[in-house]
Design a protein around this ligand. Structure first.
Ligand SMILES: CC(C)(COP(=O)(O)OP(=O)(O)OC[C@H]1O[C@@H](n2cnc3c(N)ncnc32)[C@H](O)[C@@H]1OP(=O)(O)O)[C@@H](O)C(=O)NCCC(=O)NCCS
Length: 155
């Protein structure tokens, strides 16, 4: 990945020290926001990589994936509410794909709520293609998940 700088923003790997701020910034965005313990496990997991985008030294966006046997599974992408719609989700997803490919991903996949138009648009813009539906995938409200795949040039 490396540290990427674009305009006044910086993308870098998430550390355990970032967890409280990550939780605060995105706690309204997910019905099942993770606890401090879950985040710590994720950040320390050798197959996962979470990145954050800092603007003026504030974390406002994060993205993460698990890489196993050449396949990267996108876990979460989130942009703090007041910064949505400015292309930052797009920027971090593009960076996540580039980093996963650098680390040997041949393909990437994800599930996204059928109703989540902004997320589906961001993934589509970055080359993900819808390939099916998992009916009743989400436990809280039984919403369907859309399955999306990205094949890299090597894959
Ligand atoms: C999904 C999410 C990460 C997108 O990030 P973002 O920074 O707001 O998105 P961007 O500004 O990069 O927009 C990307 C594209 O989506 C489009 N978009 C944004 N909101 C939209 C909406 N409500 N409906 C349709 N398209 C939308 C934008 O127009 C843009 O496309 P364009 O460049 O062709 O105009 C952000 O909305 C978010 O954090 N949502 C809550 C958490 C979540 O659902 N995460 C994804 C599942 S893990």
């Amino acid at each position: 990945m490396g540290t990427t700088t674009k305009k006044s923003s910086k993308i870098r790997r998430m550390t355990a020290a970032d967890i409280p701020l990550v939780i605060t910034l995105t706690k309204d965005l997910f019905k099942d926001e993770w606890s401090q313990e879950t985040w710590l496990t994720e950040v320390n997991n050798s197959i996962s990589c979470y990145t954050v985008l800092e603007l003026n030294e504030q974390i406002i966006v994060y993205a993460g994936d698990w890489l196993v046997a050449g396949e990267a599974q996108v876990v979460r992408v989130a942009v703090a509410s007041k910064f949505q719609g400015q292309g930052l989700g797009d920027l971090l997803v593009a960076d996540m794909i580039e980093r996963a490919m650098d680390e040997g991903a041949l393909a990437m996949s994800l599930e996204v709520r059928e109703s989540n138009k902004p997320a589906r648009k961001v993934y589509e813009k970055n080359g993900f293609v819808e390939s099916g539906i998992r009916p009743n995938y989400y436990q809280d409200d039984h919403e369907n998940a859309v399955i999306m795949w990205l094949q890299t040039e090597q894959g």
